[in-house]
Write a protein that binds this ligand. Structure first.
Ligand code: UGA
Length: 429
């Protein structure tokens, strides 16, 4: 099918590439002309495993095109996906101005029937507003349908998640767009759930909030484990093998971050409030998450006592593994806390150092993870990169003034670390 995607961020670009990969004809639109130029030349503005090769292949085959013109995208496609940012406002509610702008631009360019699909994460009832907006600004007065099709991909695993989704959610108000959406998703061989538009929009916030709740739950269990002398990883395994609970998203750590969970939780609390329900459970999820960072910082200060003039090595800056994204990264928060207390930092991340520079201008960036510990008083793991498990512990220890290790992501085995002579502190073990 002929599709266009407005917005080439994580969701838009990966969606465009994967739709092209399964044989659709895709035009990706972005109002950032420099970004469009980069993409047209085969460059990728984000690090996402597998994406670059997929984009190159589909640009070469002619299935994937980039343009800065919304009109070009709209006029050459039957279905238009909106994948622009929905950033948070200071009170936690969602800024929908990009969505509104795009709805108006689409309306202005429409000259025949179109299906307009919202893929961005939006508050319930946004579809109604998008439909009203298009109707108001469409000079040609052509027919259209609005669809909600939330995206569930994870950064760092986005291509795999999109090619093999657990489910596809399609929110519609009539059968015509449902049939087109089914056709688009048939090659993906995933269960398709067709709902009304409000339910589809709500599914996205309900899913992300539940996953955040799961993480805060295991972090709270970790705190009980620490106090009681139990091991949170064994507890997670023991409860997670119950299929009703599931083992995934039960990794205790320094809390969740990124551009989705913190923002979506605040938004969902706000949305619930607006419809008359105080979602106290989700407020507690936020509180536990903030507290988790506090507890980790306390662990470091309790051990090192005075942070002023201490040199600390930090492994990890991205908000999670397999990405160069540092937006709302707990690792960056942690670094800023340690800097505030007077520590100097040597940091490393396999992919996120370039993007971290603007947020952490005063730290020393170290290219080789095995050189981070040199001259340090302590070493900290802040992001769950698999490759940190291969750290040369003997070399790290030799270069440090004291063998102190704070593992905020439980990557190492406490018994092993103690055997190797480390003063080792992790989460919930
Ligand atoms: C999340 C959801 O997982 C996706 O399904 C959703 O599509 C996406 O938000 C979105 O709304 O766009 P993402 O933010 O890319 O995806 O990353 P996650 O893998 O969910 O991780 C989020 C945070 O939780 C990270 O900081 C990670 O370190 C933390 N986390 C995750 C834990 O602390 N423990 C876990 O067990 C899992």
């Amino acid at each position: 099918m002929k599709l266009s995607i407005i917005g080439t961020g994580y969701v838009g670009l990966v969606t465009g590439a994967c739709f092209a990969e399964v044989g659709h004809q895709v035009i990706c639109v972005d109002n950032d002309a420099a970004k469009v130029k980069l993409l047209q030349a085969g460059g990728i503005p984000i690090y996402e495993p597998g994406l670059e090769a997929m984009v190159k292949k589909n640009v070469a085959s002619g299935h994937l095109k980039f343009t800065a013109s919304t009109a070009e995208g709209v006029q050459n496609s039957e279905v238009i996906f909106i994948a622009v940012p929905t950033p948070p406002q200071p009170d936690g509610s969602v800024d929908l101005s990009y969505i509104e702008r795009v709805a108006r631009d689409i309306a202005a360019a429409m000259t025949s029937y179109k299906i307009v699909v919202d893929k961005s994460t939006v508050p319930v009832k946004t579809g109604e507003k998008v439909a009203e907006t298009i109707k108001r600004y469409c000079a040609a007065k052509v027919e259209f349908d609005v669809v909600s099709n939330p995206e569930f991909l994870r950064e760092g695993f986005a291509v795999g998640d999109l090619m093999n989704p657990d489910r596809v959610v399609i929110g519609v108000a009539s059968p015509r767009p449902a049939a087109a959406m089914r056709e688009i998703y048939t090659p993906f061989k995933a269960p398709i759930i067709v709902t009304d538009i409000n339910s589809a929009e709500l599914i996205k916030h309900a899913a992300n909030s539940f996953l955040a709740l799961k993480i805060s739950y295991i972090n709270a269990i970790a705190n009980v484990c620490e106090a009681a002398g139990a091991n949170v990883q064994e507890v997670a395994q023991g409860i997670g093998l119950d299929e009703r609970i599931g083992r995934r998203f039960l990794n205790a750590g320094i809390g969740f971050g990124g551009s989705c969970f913190p923002k979506d939780l605040s938004a969902f609390i706000k949305i619930s409030e607006q419809v008359g329900y105080e979602f106290k459970l989700l407020k507690e999820v936020q509180r536990i998450n903030a507290d988790q960072m506090e507890r980790f910082v306390n662990k470091i200060t309790d051990t090192l006592w005075v942070l002023k003039d201490k040199k600390i090595g930090v492994l990890g800056l991205a908000f999670k593994q397999n990405t160069d994204d540092v937006r709302s990264s707990p690792a960056i928060d942690l670094c800023q806390r340690l800097l505030q207390d007077g520590a100097t930092l040597r940091v490393h991340d396999p992919k996120a150092m370039a993007k971290a520079r603007a947020l952490l201008p005063t730290v020393t960036y170290v290219e080789d993870m095995n050189a981070v510990a040199e001259g340090c008083d302590a070493l900290v793991v802040a992001t769950e990169w698999e490759e940190f498990k291969q750290l040369d512990l003997a070399r790290a220890r030799k270069g440090m003034t004291a063998p102190i290790f704070f593992d905020g992501r439980n990557l190492f085995d406490p018994a092993e670390m103690e055997k190797l002579g480390w003063i080792y502190k992790s989460i919930g073990r």
